[in-house]
Design a protein around this ligand. Structure first.
Ligand code: FE2
Length: 265
């Protein structure tokens, strides 16, 4: 796992974790303890898997994720927004998550030391919540219809106007970087933190773009643009903390990102 440092004039030292997918929390927590960020942000996909069918809660099927969240909140205030792998989480799951001490931001914001921290939930999460609220099934996690899984559903943008109008430096957790060009580029948000792409699985240097590029990313397809690093000096895309496919990563190590208020490292 790489430790990647960026200096983006953020008023806080922060850590960005993404796509942990119930993997091993030990190296992540070790790194956080050594780096001592002011806050920890988790931009989605801390759990792994689809709709549980075991009768257990989804969060109970992801014990390493609970260990990660508890460990993070012992180190620094921790803020999370849900990604697509969290899409089925229900109130009982969220109760367990909040009990770890983290702040779960589902299309909402909170204030922390002159910053406003928001979480733009994955549209899959928002769509499943609406589907479940109107579903007559008594199942804990009813099978969703196809609309929930559609990639064309937009995220809930209604709350972003109020978020933008708050005074202070604006940080937005947004699991899907593909939302940036479609929905966020023209908004007054200082820092947008995302993941989801796992670095595009294989990374190559593009002499045309003068930067590393990935090969494939869900939501962006082949040769995606936004897979790793900083774009427009404010969108930060993590390569993630785990590998979830049988295809190995190439030239694309997992990473934890540290954004420093000054370039001390
Ligand atoms: Fe994802």
């Amino acid at each position: 796992m790489d430790e990647t440092y960026f200096d983006l004039n953020c008023p806080l030292d922060l850590a960005l974790l993404a796509d942990f997918h119930n993997s091993d929390p030990v190296p992540v927590l070790e790194s956080l303890k050594n780096n001592k960020p002011d806050i920890i942000t988790i931009a989605g996909d801390f759990v792994f898997g689809d709709r549980p069918r075991t009768g257990r809660l989804k969060i109970e099927e992801n014990p390493n994720a609970v260990e990660l969240l508890s460990g993070c909140s012992r180190i620094a205030p921790t803020f999370i927004s849900p990604g697509n792998h969290e899409y089925t989480l229900i109130k009982a799951d969220l109760k367990v998550i909040r009990r770890t001490g983290v702040t779960f931001l589902d299309n909402q914001w909170t204030e922390y030391k002159n910053t406003v921290i928001g979480g733009l939930s994955s549209a899959f999460f928002t769509a499943y919540k609406a589907f479940r609220a109107n579903c007559p099934s008594k199942e804990l996690y009813p099978k969703p219809d196809n609309t929930v899984r559609s990639r064309s559903i937009p995220p809930d943008m209604a709350w972003l106007d109020g978020f933008e109008q708050q005074p202070g430096y604006h940080i937005l957790l947004c699991h899907h970087p593909e939302y940036y060009p479609k929905y966020l580029k023209n908004r007054k948000i200082d820092l947008i933190l995302s993941g989801h792409c796992h670095g595009g699985q294989w990374q190559f240097y593009s002499p045309i773009h003068h930067r590393m590029r990935g090969v494939y990313a869900p939501g962006q397809g082949l040769f995606p643009e936004l897979t790793s690093g900083v774009y427009d000096n404010r969108l930060v895309v993590s390569r993630g903390l785990a590998n979830t496919t049988f295809v190995p990563r190439f030239n694309n190590p997992t990473e934890i990102i540290y954004i420093r208020k000054s370039s001390g490292k």
